[in-house]
Every structure is written in structure tokens, then in C-alpha cells.
Design a protein around this ligand. Structure first.
Ligand code: DGY
Length: 319
């Protein structure tokens, strides 16, 4: 049996495959395979560990005649046509839980980076353009006692909200499909409508998966409803925000700032107008980038594939 891993990941995955006598082929380059290269790489694979940057669509699936299992090396799986996988009886897994803390920690870091102007302050200091202590320079809002809005109160949203509650005693409001009774009890959170969330939040952080329902939700109408002092954080998927609308409201300061771990596309072309916004903090999709999370993601993705290939249940199965 043969498994393809579309990028180099922690060696733990290779060890697990070797213990189960499964051959592994790893895409050798730093840049992801192009669609035609991905097809060629995967054509004889029984299993694939895919990255969120790989489009696992009908065409790719149809070109893999032995394919029985896919595990995304991510919790999000909007890059995989799961409906078609179901039709073809190909099992699909992902890597939830093991990256929850890492992603929540990054959301916290981005919140402080945006509210406290960390990147501009760092760049100015390094460039020598900071000349003296400035009584009115680099000002930003305090977090203590402010309202934090969570769009998508799942595991990551809750972990981040809990940290913000403990660290800054923030008042937590959220949107989610269903009321989260346990979460509400633990951090005294309150479920609200999207309208209320956008109107009341001082910090608004996006944690929902990308679906047809969430694509482009943060559009001009929603931005117009926000406080001008709001900071927007996104560690979920770029497509949830209408980027043209975001450029407009960062440019005319109708919100104070945004910090994004994710964009559409990734990376943004260098002439993208978002780069002109001084009130934007941008990092390269590093939500799960802790040593611990990436090791555990490798292990879980490998176990998903191994179990599916030996006829057992995947530990983290989507379909
Ligand atoms: C995921 O796993 O879906 C996240 O985007 C990683 O940061």
C-alpha cells in the first residue's frame, strides 16, 4: 500500500507508516504541487495526507484509481470535495483538537498586536524612525472589561474566549448555530445575533469554518454596523471576509484595525491594496504553527489514514 504526503511534515507520520508496512512518497518541494503535479503524485496512492493548499476536487479524485482515504493536515477541510468523496466511498479525516490551543494562542497574539500597534512600533524602532518617547504615540485601546465578539463559538473560539476572559476579564458574546450552554456557564458568555455581535463588539474574532453560509459574511453592510474603534481578528479562513470591503473600511478608518492570519488568496499578491493599510497586521497562516501542534497533527493525520486502510474507524473522521 502507498500513501502520499503532499509536503514534508513531522517524521512521526513516516514512523507510523513504516510500522504498518505502508510505503510513503513525500512531495519534495517547499512550494505545493500544481494541480497537474498533484495528479501525477497521487495517481497510485491508497491514501493521501493533504495540506489546506491542495485542491482535492473531483478531477483529482477521479485520477486516483486506488484512493481509499484522505486526511487533511488541518482542522478546516473546505479544500476537499467531501460530497464527492462520500459518493466514491473514500473516507476523509482531519486534525481537530490538537491545534486548538495553538490557534487560540495566535488569535490572542494578533489581538494584542493589532490593539497595541506592535508591528508598526517594531518596524519604526528597527528603521530608526522612532526618535523619542511619545506621550501621544502608538495609542490603542485597553482590553480589560471590553466586549469580545466570537464569530463561531467552536473549540478554538471557546479556547481563545476563555483566555481573553481570564487575562482581561472581557465580556464575551458569540454567534453559533446552537447555544453553547457549557461554554456560557464557564465564561459567562451570551449568544447574540450577527447584527448584535457586529454592533457591540470592541474586538471581533472569526473562528467559524468556511461554508456556503459563512463565505463573505463580513461584507460592507456588516462593517458599516461596527464601532469605529473595533479591531477585527481572523484566524479561520480568508474567504469569510469580503476583502474589498475590508480594504475600504481600513482605509477610511471606519474600523480601527484588523489582524489576519488568513487571506484570499494566500499569499496575497504584492500589489494588493491591503498592504497599503497601516492598521493591518498580516501573518502567513501560522495558526497551528507550534512544534507541539504540528507533531500531533502529523500523528493524527497518519493514524486517520492507517486506520482507514486497515479497516478500522478513523480517530478524526469527517465522512
Ligand atoms: C486549520 O487547521 O484549518 C488551520 O487553518 C490551521 O491554522
Amino acid at each position: 500500500m502507498k500513501v502520499v504526503i503532499t509536503r514534508e511534515i513531522s517524521s512521526k507520520a513516516k514512523e507510523l507508516f513504516a510500522q504498518n508496512n505502508i510505503d510513503v512518497e513525500i512531495w519534495p518541494n517547499q512550494l505545493p504541487p500544481k494541480p497537474s503535479e498533484l495528479k501525477e503524485l497521487c495517481k497510485e496512492a491508497d491514501g493521501i495526507i493533504s495540506m489546506l493548499s491542495d485542491q482535492i476536487n473531483k478531477e483529482l479524485i477521479d485520477s486516483c484509481s486506488n484512493l481509499k482515504a484522505i486526511s487533511n493536515y488541518a482542522v478546516g477541510y473546505n479544500n476537499i470535495d467531501t460530497e464527492y468523496c462520500k459518493e466514491k466511498s473514500i473516507r476523509v479525516g482531519n486534525t481537530p483538537d490538537v491545534l486548538t490551543e495553538a490557534t487560540a494562542e495566535l488569535a490572542l497574539a494578533l489581538t494584542l498586536a493589532s490593539t497595541r500597534n506592535l508591528v508598526n512600533a517594531h518596524n519604526d524602532t528597527r528603521k530608526g524612525s522612532w526618535k523619542t518617547w511619545e506621550p501621544m504615540g502608538y495609542l490603542g485601546p485597553a482590553l480589560k472589561g471590553k466586549t469580545l465578539g466570537i464569530f463561531g463559538m467552536g473549540r478554538i473560539g471557546f479556547s481563545y474566549a476563555r483566555k481573553m476572559k481570564l487575562a482581561f476579564d472581557m465580556n464575551i458574546i458569540y454567534t453559533a448555530r446552537n447555544k453553547k450552554v457549557e461554554y456560557e456557564k464557564e465564561i459567562n458568555a451570551q449568544k447574540v445575533s450577527l447584527e448584535e455581535l457586529s454592533k457591540t463588539s470592541d474586538i471581533l474574532s472569526i473562528h467559524s469554518p468556511l461554508t456556503d453560509e459563512t463565505r463573505g459574511v463580513f461584507n460592507e453592510n456588516i462593517f458599516n454596523n461596527m464601532k469605529t474603534t473595533l479591531h477585527l481578528i481572523n484566524t479561520a479562513r480568508g474567504e469569510i471576509i469580503d476583502q474589498d470591503a475590508l480594504v475600504k473600511c481600513l482605509t477610511d478608518n471606519s474600523i480601527s484595525g484588523a489582524a489576519l492570519d488568513v487571506t484570499t488568496p494566500e499569499p496575497l499578491p504584492l500589489d494588493h491594496p491591503l498592504y497599503k493599510c497601516k492598521n493591518l497586521t498580516l501573518v502567513p497562516h501560522i495558526g497551528s504553527a507550534t512544534n507541539e501542534a504540528r507533531n500531533e497533527m502529523a500523528e493524527l493525520a497518519a493514524k486517520n489514514i492507517i486506520n482507514a486502510l486497515i479497516g478500522k474507524e478513523m480517530p478524526a473522521r469527517i465522512c
